[in-house]
Design a protein around this ligand. Structure first.
Ligand code: AOF
Ligand code: ZN
Length: 346
C-alpha cells in the first residue's frame, strides 16, 4: 500500500467530526480503500452509537459491496474487541472478510489494550500499525489522559496583555479580541466541562456557554466555599448544567447541583469528583489563582494562551507556565496570537 498516511489523514479528519459528541469514548475515523479509491468512510458520531469501522463498512454503496473483502481498512484507533454499548468491531471486520487493516495507534484502555490487534492477527488479517501514530495520539489526548492518569484531561486557558496581565482587579476586562471569541467558544464546546475560580465567577459574571460557535454547552464548575456567590450570577441561571462545589450543602435543582466537599485540598477533591459526572475533559478559564494551584499540583495537560497586543499597566498578573512544557502550535487570530503547549511532566 503506497501512501498509507494519505488515507490515515482522512481518518483523522473524520474522527475530529465526533469531537464533543462521544466523550468519554475516543474520537475515531475509518476509511475503506480498494485500488486507491475510497469506497467507504465513517466515524464515531455519538456516544452509544456505532463505532467508526461499522459506520465505514455500512457506508459502502451496493455496487461496491463485493469489493469489501478485497479492501484495506484504515482506522485511527485499534479496533475494539469487547462488548461495550456496541459489539466488538473486530467481529464486524472479520465478518466482512477484510484481510488488511492499517491503524494509527493502539487503544490503551484496559478492555482493549492490544487485544483487538491480536484477534485480527490470529484470524490471519495483516495489521499494519503506527501510521500517523503521534498525530492520532494527540487527537485523542483526552481519552489517553483518562486511560493513563484516571482523571479528566485538563486544558488551561487564559488571555494575557502584552505587559503580562490577565485582567484588572474588581472589574471585568476583555483582553482577547472579539475576533478570537468564536475560537474560544469552539474550545468550550469541545470539552465536557468548564471551570472558573471564585473571583472570576464574581468579578466577570461569565455565562460560560457556547454562543459564538456551534456546539454543545459544557457543564459549568465553580468552587463557592461558603455559598456566598450572589444568586443573580449567570452561573446560577439554570440554563445549563452547573455544579457548585462548596462546604455547606449537597442539594440539586434542575441544571444546578450543589455538592459538599471538604475544604482541604479542594482542587484535588473536585478533580476526583468529576468522573462521577462523566466528565472526561475540562477547560479551565481562570483566574490566575486557580490556574496556579493546578500548575503547582501538576494537574494540567494543555495550556492555551491568547496573547493580546493591548497593555494594562496594572492588574492581575498572568499565571507562569511551568517549565516542563512543549509548544505544540502557534498561530494568529488577528490581532491576537495563540500558543498551545502540552505538559511534558506527566
Ligand atoms: C473502535 N472504534 O469508533 C471507537 C472505539 O461502549 P462502546 O461499545 O461504545 O465502546 C467504547 C469503547 O470502545 C471505548 O472505551 C474505546 O475503548 C473503544 N472505542 N473503538 O473500535 C470506535 N469509538
Ligand atoms: Zn469498536
Amino acid at each position: 500500500m503506497k501512501n498509507p498516511q494519505l488515507y490515515m489523514e482522512r481518518c483523522l479528519q473524520l474522527a475530529q467530526l465526533g469531537l464533543g459528541y462521544v466523550s468519554p469514548n475516543p474520537i475515531v475515523g475509518a476509511v475503506l480503500v480498494r485500488d486507491y479509491r475510497i469506497i467507504g468512510e465513517g466515524y464515531h458520531q455519538k456516544l452509544g452509537g456505532a463505532h467508526a469501522e461499522v459506520n465505514c463498512i455500512n457506508s459502502v454503496s451496493p455496487e461496491d459491496k463485493a469489493l469489501i473483502p478485497l479492501s484495506t481498512l484504515f482506522v485511527s484507533l485499534e479496533p475494539c474487541s469487547h462488548f461495550g454499548k456496541t459489539p466488538p468491531c473486530t467481529d464486524y471486520i472479520l465478518m466482512h472478510g477484510i484481510r488488511q487493516v492499517v491503524i494509527a495507534c493502539s487503544d490503551s484502555s484496559a478492555k482493549v489494550n492490544g487485544k483487538g490487534i491480536q484477534i485480527l492477527r490470529d484470524a490471519g488479517v495483516e495489521v499494519i500499525e503506527h501510521v500517523l501514530e503521534e498525530e492520532a495520539q494527540w487527537l485523542n489526548r483526552r481519552f489517553f489522559t483518562n486511560c493513563a492518569l484516571q482523571r479528566p484531561h485538563i486544558v488551561i486557558k487564559w488571555a494575557e496583555t502584552a505587559d503580562g496581565f490577565i485582567g484588572s482587579r474588581m472589574q471585568r476586562t476583555k483582553i482577547s479580541s472579539i475576533h478570537t471569541d468564536p475560537m474560544v467558544h469552539q474550545w468550550r464546546s469541545q470539552e465536557d466541562a468548564i471551570w472558573v475560580g471564585y473571583q472570576t465567577a464574581l468579578v466577570d459574571n461569565p455565562r460560560l456557554n457556547v454562543r459564538f460557535a456551534i456546539g454543545k454547552n459544557p457543564i459549568r464548575i465553580v468552587f463557592d466555599r461558603d455559598c456566598t456567590l450572589p444568586p443573580s450570577l449567570h452561573l446560577f441561571d439554570q440554563t445549563q448544567d452547573t455544579i457548585v462545589f462548596n462546604t455547606i450543602k449537597s442539594t440539586s435543582k434542575p441544571n444546578l447541583t450543589y455538592l459538599k466537599i471538604d475544604p482541604e485540598n479542594y482542587v484535588q477533591q473536585i478533580i476526583d469528583n468529576l468522573e462521577s459526572f462523566d466528565i472526561s475533559s475540562i477547560l479551565v478559564e481562570g483566574g490566575t489563582q486557580l490556574i496556579t494551584k493546578l500548575f503547582d499540583m501538576n494537574a494540567w495537560d494543555e495550556a492555551r494562551i491568547i496573547h493580546s497586543p493591548m497593555t494594562l499597566d496594572q492588574g492581575i498578573q498572568a499565571p507562569q507556565l511551568p517549565s516542563q512544557h512543549q509548544m505544540i502550535e502557534a498561530y494568529t487570530s488577528s490581532p491576537d496570537r495563540i500558543s498551545i503547549y502540552k505538559n511534558l511532566d506527566r
